[in-house]
Design a protein around this ligand. Structure first.
Ligand code: ZN
Length: 200
């Protein structure tokens, strides 16, 4: 009986930890070392990076988005995707070595085409129409491909400041970027979905 109780308390302690957990020490160190500047992009050219890119990412908690690390990571991801030599239109946290459900997407459907941060994004529905378009990825060097994607999606996410739930229907190229980036959070790369791949 005592043993059973002890096991129960260990389990409840673990559950409590997973609900309120903060950043791991490794995540915190990586984010702090970048200090709002560009981070190293994890790529398929490196064997251990390749394995990391295939992992499923963990959701962020309200406690984590309220922490200094979150603001630093968001700023660093924006800096990384804006790299003048390898500029992209979106980036997912695992691409900078952080296995969390967070993406930065350039909103081509908004004035000024801003980069915006999305926490725990999820596509809740896909429009019926599909279109074939060209794609590349900062994590898959020297390659391009053609991928069929839905031209509209229903997106749910958590607000990056308040953690309030948000929802929006998104269309066109921006919808394609969201599909590509959210795939990263489940360890899927565009090369898995591409009907054609070619070196660039
Ligand atoms: Zn990508």
């Amino acid at each position: 009986m005592k043993k059973a109780l002890a096991i129960c308390s260990v389990i409840s302690a673990l559950l409590l930890t997973s609900c309120t957990q903060g950043w791991t020490q490794a995540e915190s160190e990586l984010i702090t070392a970048a200090a709002y500047s560009r981070m190293r992009v994890v790529t398929t050219a490196n064997p251990s990076d390749s394995l990391f890119l295939r992992e499923k990412c963990a959701p962020l908690t309200k406690k984590e988005i309220m922490s200094p690390e979150f603001g630093m990571l968001a700023a660093s991801m924006i800096e990384t995707v804006n790299d003048e030599y390898h500029a992209g239109v979106g980036i997912a946290a695992p691409q900078v070595g952080i296995g969390r459900r967070m993406v930065v997407v350039q909103r081509f459907d908004k004035a000024g085409r801003p980069f915006e941060v999305y926490v725990n994004p999820e596509i809740t529905a896909y429009g019926e129409e599909r279109a074939l378009g060209g794609e590349g990825c900062l994590s898959v060097p020297d390659m391009r491909g053609k991928v069929e994607r839905a031209t509209s999606i229903e997106l749910s996410w958590r607000d990056a400041v308040t953690f309030e739930p948000r929802h929006e229907r998104i269309e066109g190229f921006t919808a394609v970027i969201f599909q590509h980036e959210i795939d990263h959070l489940d360890g899927t790369l565009y090369i898995d979905r591409a009907s054609e791949l070619f070196a660039r």
